[in-house]
Ligand binder design. Structure first.
Ligand code: BDR
Ligand code: CA
Length: 338
């Protein structure tokens, strides 16, 4: 049997219910080796997101992964206070996790990213699933970052789809358009996972029940927090289910799911103060000609997936506790009369 290749990852997040799913997905994936996590204000403050991250890591048996707090405020203005109506007052649907014993590491999230990029030069993968404030700061700290990082995958933006904060802007970009503009203008290998795919690949109540039925504390906690998330999305979809923004970006980043349509195009971020602020303007005019190559374009925009995502996500998350369940099943087969 061959051992799967596991890539070093830096995760930047605003933990958040779907961030928690993405984190659990990365920890469960044989293709990801999470070397550090930085937090940023978005769904909750950067400080609360960091506590949530530490608590989740402890629950998953990965308390050794370092967590650094990043920027509280975006580049312009101040943190707006988060999204308790979507993620609950504590960011994780109001559920209580045991407080982690581990402490946050010294230094900022941006500093951690720069350090990891040097330690894993040419191999580090970045997954950014919150506002891009820390990543823009890291680019300013280390202008060589685009050459040190293998690739960056970003959950954010909307190509053909409507926004979720304004008619045209998605939350991660809308929360810091100036940072997003800097990150998308940098000369690196970037993949954008926008609302086009994250709103059209949903997790249903049957998937949530599967997570709840395992008896392992990680899928159990995720299933419980998803109950809160589902109630928010019921107003959008008309049934108990949810979008899968961040875990889908995680799966794209590790290659757990591939894209069927993902042209490499120019993407600009609107940083004006008008109604377009925060829009990711993707040059998709080439769709009429099968997306021919665009000179100098570097942003791969995922527009359609190759296959269903929810079963893959659930299957991956169920790997928590699988060994224990197999052992228990074997023990009961041995002790049960034929
Ligand atoms: C994005 O915004 C946050 O609320 C989610 O965690 C996700 O990263 C979706 O627009
Ligand atoms: Ca997020």
């Amino acid at each position: 049997m061959t051992t799967p290749i596991s890539h070093p990852f830096y995760l930047d997040c605003d933990t958040g219910i779907d961030d928690a799913l993405a984190l659990a997905y990365l920890l469960a994936s044989p293709h990801a080796d999470v070397r550090g996590i930085g937090t940023v204000s978005g769904n909750v403050s950067a400080a609360v997101g960091a506590r949530n991250t530490l608590d989740l890591l402890q629950l998953a048996g990965h308390a050794d992964i370092p967590v650094a707090v990043g920027n509280h405020d975006p580049q312009t203005g101040t943190f707006h206070g988060g999204a308790p109506h979507v993620h609950g007052h504590n960011g994780i649907g109001g559920i209580e996790l045991d407080a982690a014993a581990a402490e946050l590491v010294a230094g900022t999230a941006a500093e951690m990213l720069v350090r990891l990029a040097h330690e894993h030069a040419g191999t580090l993968r970045v997954l950014a699933i919150g506002p891009l404030t820390n990543i823009a700061e890291a680019l300013r700290l280390e202008p060589e970052l685009p050459r040190l990082v293998k690739e960056i995958t970003i959950m954010g933006g909307a190509a053909f789809a409507p926004g979720n904060i304004t008619p045209v802007a998605e939350a991660n970009i809308a929360n810091d358009p100036e940072a997003a503009a800097e990150v998308l203008a940098a000369d690196w290998n970037v993949t954008l996972v926008p609302l086009d795919v994250t709103m059209s690949n949903v997790l249903e109540e049957c998937h949530r029940q599967e997570l709840l039925s395992t008896g392992h504390p990680v899928p159990q906690a995720l299933g419980e927090m998803l109950g809160y998330y589902f109630r928010f999305y019921e107003s959008q979809f008309g049934r108990a289910c949810s979008a899968m923004h961040d875990p889908l970006a995680a799966a794209v980043a590790v290659g757990g799911i591939s894209a069927a349509v993902a042209p490499v195009v120019h993407v600009d971020v609107d940083t004006t103060d008008g109604p377009g602020r925060g829009q990711t303007i993707c040059d998709l005019r080439g769709r009429y000609r099968d997306y021919p190559e665009q000179a100098g374009a570097r942003c791969r925009v995922v527009l359609e997936l190759d296959g269903e995502f929810a079963p893959h996500l659930v299957e991956t998350l169920l790997s928590f506790g699988r060994a224990e369940r197999t052992t228990a099943a074997l023990a009961s087969a041995v002790t049960s009369p034929a």
